[in-house]
Design a protein around this ligand. Structure first.
Ligand SMILES: NC(=O)C1=CN([C@@H]2O[C@H](COP(=O)(O)OP(=O)(O)OC[C@H]3O[C@@H](n4cnc5c(N)ncnc54)[C@H](OP(=O)(O)O)[C@@H]3O)[C@@H](O)[C@H]2O)[C@@H](O)CC1
Ligand SMILES: Nc1ncnc2c1ncn2[C@@H]1O[C@H](COP(=O)(O)OP(=O)(O)O)[C@@H](O)[C@H]1O
Ligand SMILES: [K+]
Length: 487
């Protein structure tokens, strides 16, 4: 197995059900051993999280159900009162059927009355590969469950998109096997999973051979940040440019301050005569000029641009086409996205787009699949990195790599927070990071700054607070990277 293959399935890689099936096919002779380990690990976690109580294990006909029978056997072995409720029996001769045969304890009907009698229900009905609506009797059963622990996912969760095939069980704890799945990190599934704990079931390394990770949880090990060197000067750190609008200077201010606080060597702001006078006063740390976009792009150091925060349609119209023609690295947000209302081709050549869902729909039309797939599709079609913002921000690259970020806080839901993000992305692009890595890193640093600011300020912050924590947030990412290298 090559180094890059091993790296690509590091612990922050996310496994799709399809990849799991490929692994299982590769490991067919060890599946019984893996199921035994999976069941044992889930049982151990239950013992860690709960006191001995009446447990009902709800088992489906597939391998998820097979894991359930093993859990039941372990808990019973430790003296817990356990029953199993099979939704449907496993197919004769299957792996799950063998696990079921080894269960010699009580078997009860799969019905709501049994669910109500239990103090804890283990959901081993369906795993993450379910691709049709939950059967009604399963929904009805779980409506009467007091406390629930789910194996793999709560039954009915789509392991890739995080969509729910109907009313899925509400788990307190979800046990992911081998690696988390994208769906564990995406709404609405995240809200149904409770705490997600990933367990090692002894999957051998060769099971990953031939597989290439495409999904990752956004963590600092995904994107090495450039270091500071003795010989650094402002131009080696990178220059960020932006066009400052004459009507909403706050947005340009947030983006430019954020770029500076994240480490950009220099931030240049071009504006109209009226705007430039204002920006000279409010942005003393930036170089402010009245150059036309046409003249600005002649300066080869000014390759990275934020376009959109605080700009009107007319202002975008007067700037963005010139930047794209000059093949500048453009981070398009806010006004630039509104300018492309229903016409994503107007943004062709943009390196990174940072829409929230409303802006995304405005540019690309209604989301008919899932947010995840829609972002991936839009990225593939436009050739831009799409940062689809939200509590579960999706960062999709045109080549299919997709990161999901949960390193954030609801404290970020404050006006100007998006402008801050575009400034961070620009600073990291200007430092030489490729667009997808820069975007992932920026989203993480943004989330970290939000968390630190919220902690310092008692939970309620504004965009200005966020900016003051960006240096510390970048440092936290660097520290985490050093730790993972030394591990
Ligand atoms: N490598 C790993 O990570 C390991 C993973 N392991 C475990 O494997 C689990 C995945 O197992 P799995 O592939 O058998 O899927 P799972 O969901 O159990 O069963 C699907 C079955 O349900 C049936 N079915 C579905 N919907 C239905 C409906 N509406 N009405 C009727 N039937 C319906 C469906 O029928 P079919 O679609 O064929 O008609 C099929 O028979 C995973 O979650 C994890 O717990 C471990 O064992 C160790 C190693
Ligand atoms: N509930 C939340 N949890 C985590 N992050 C959030 C939440 N709400 C908003 N954010 C983040 O805050 C930022 C808001 O951006 P945006 O909506 O563009 O704000 P604005 O346009 O006012 O600057 C995004 O990065 C988004 O991911
Ligand atoms: K399940």
């Amino acid at each position: 197995m090559s180094h890059s293959e091993r790296m690509s399935f590091e612990t922050n890689a996310l496994l799709t059900p399809h990849e799991t099936l490929q692994m299982d096919a590769h490991m067919s002779s060890s599946l019984e051993f893996l199921m035994e380990n999976a069941g044992a690990m889930v049982a151990r976690l239950i013992r860690q999280h709960f006191k001995s109580c009446r447990v009902l294990v709800a088992c489906g006909p597939g391998n998820n159900g097979g894991d359930g029978y093993v859990v039941a056997r372990y808990l019973q072995g430790w003296g817990w009162p356990v029953s199993v409720a099979p939704w449907k029996k496993p197919q004769h001769g299957s792996l799950a059927a063998r696990a079921a045969q080894e269960w010699t304890g009580p078997i009860v009907a799969f019905e709501a009355a049994e669910a109500m009698r239990a103090e804890l229900v283990v959901d081993a009905v369906f795993g993450a590969g379910l691709s049709r609506p939950l059967p009604e009797d399963v929904v009805h059963f779980f409506q009467h469950v007091p406390r629930c622990v789910a194996i793999d996912v709560p039954s009915g969760v789509d392991g890739v998109t995080g969509a729910c095939w109907g009313e899925v069980p509400q788990a307190l704890l979800t046990v992911a096997l081998v690696r988390k799945r994208p769906g564990h990190l995406l709404e609405p599934a995240t809200g149904r999973c409770g705490q997600v704990v990933c367990v090692d079931i002894g999957m051998p390394e060769e099971a990953f051979s031939g597989l290439k990770a495409r999904y990752w949880e956004n963590t600092p090990s995904l994107w090495p940040l450039p270091l500071q060197y003795e010989q650094d000067h402002k131009y080696t750190r990178g220059v960020v440019s932006l066009y400052g609008g004459a009507h909403m200077p706050g947005a340009a201010r947030f983006a430019s301050d954020s770029a500076r606080h994240t480490g950009a060597g220099l931030v240049c702001v071009s504006s109209s005569e009226e705007g430039a006078a204002l920006y000279r006063t409010v942005l003393p740390g930036c170089v402010v000029d009245q150059k036309t976009p046409y003249d600005s792009v002649k300066d080869q150091r000014r390759r990275v641009w934020v376009c959109g925060p605080g700009l009107t349609f007319k202002e975008v119209e007067s700037v963005l086409p010139t930047l794209l023609e000059a093949q500048c690295h453009v981070i398009a947000d806010a006004g630039a996205l509104a300018w492309a209302d229903g016409l994503p081709e107007k943004l062709r050549g943009v390196k990174v787009m940072t829409p929230h869902l409303g802006e995304f729909v405005r540019v690309f039309g209604p989301v008919r699949t899932s947010r995840l797939e829609a972002a991936q599709q839009a990225s593939k079609e436009t050739g831009s990195v799409i940062v689809l913002k939200g509590a579960d921000t999706v960062i999709a690259a045109p080549d299919g790599r997709t990161a999901i970020n949960r390193h954030a806080t609801p404290a970020l839901a404050t006006a100007g927070s998006g402008d801050v993000l575009s400034g961070i992305i620009a600073a990291l692009c200007a430092s030489g990071m490729p667009a997808w890595e820069a975007s992932c890193a920026a989203v993480w640093i943004h989330g970290e700054a939000g968390r630190q600011a919220a902690q310092a300020k008692g939970g309620w912050i504004v965009a200005e607070d966020l900016i003051t924590f960006l240096g510390k947030a970048r440092h936290a990412a660097e520290k985490s990277q050093k730790l993972s290298i030394n591990r």
